[in-house]
Write a protein that binds this ligand. Sequence first.
Ligand code: IPM
Ligand code: MN
Length: 357
Amino acid sequence: MEKNIVLLPGDGIGPEIIDAATEVLSVIGTKFGHTFTFDSQAIGGSAIDLYDTPLPDQTVSACKQADAILLGAVGGPKWDNNPSHLRPERGLLGIRKALDLYANLRPVKGFKKLLSASPLKEEVIKGSDLLIVRELTGGLYFGTPSERRDNGNAVVDTLSYSRYEMERIIDKGFQSAQLRSKKLTSVDKANVLESSKLWREIVEEKKATYPDVEVEHLLVDAAAMKLITNPSQFDVIVTENMFGDILSDEASVLTGSLGMLPSASLAENGVGLYEPAHGSAPDIAGLGIANPIATLLSAALMLRYSFSFEEEAALIEEAIEACIDKGYYTADLQVQSGKKINTEEMTEAIIAYIEQK
Ligand code: IPM
Ligand code: MN
């Protein structure tokens, strides 16, 4: 099959990890008889430098025509003092909104060999395997434009959601739970926020549609605490945009490093965008030592969700697991033993496994 993949390498380590992904995807293409074409487009800080905007129109139109999109990362100190419409992050938020990528799926699965790399005790993380379903196009991120008042001494950010926006992500949470162990944790702050009260009402209403799913409500502060004291109690967590952003970074430590956490951002009907959950790591950009695994796992999610190439996706995941089992690790992982390797060596090791399969 032929697939047109738009690449958005972005900033910092973005280009390095996207290179790793295209190498692996090309090998998968050869092995399974697919032709992947790659079309690289600008986003984030590098787009600001070239075109004076974090999200050029051309990038949006290329993405709309793509079969899938693979993004590296955006942001860096170079643009930190830019006015807000010229911040790299605007590019990412803009493409999420332009493509209505409302559902962000972040699977968090610990690798056995990396249990010791987690800051948590092994017995606490053992058996953790969860999925965060984060709303991605509403809430505080997209309220009416934030404002400074009182000569800059007061600020307003607004959190707004429509019932429709909540319903579709809550449905996604229930449906994701049905495909896993049928346990859904809905996270909100219903003891304080009006938006969370409506959220909780909708979750209660939806229970009848998904009678096979067991639902619990957790306040976000308690959820944050339980995520590190008893992570294996969770299966699917569904929550709004900002809470999901925070909880997914927290959950990533279960895997030993944020460098291992992939994500898929999906629309109702339309192109999907896949990206590592980590940022652009400007401190190590260009050094060739970034961990490519979150991006490779994101590429696997792309094969699975956008193209229904299950076998191909599973082979990438198996190759990654095999390399971790061999003791290979990158600099971001605090492991006690094994062989520390760089981005290229990790990519080559994963490719070697795929090729001999
Ligand atoms: C993420 C990132 C983004 C977010 C930033 C870069 C805007 O942290 O994808 O989790 O907050 O959504
Ligand atoms: Mn984040």
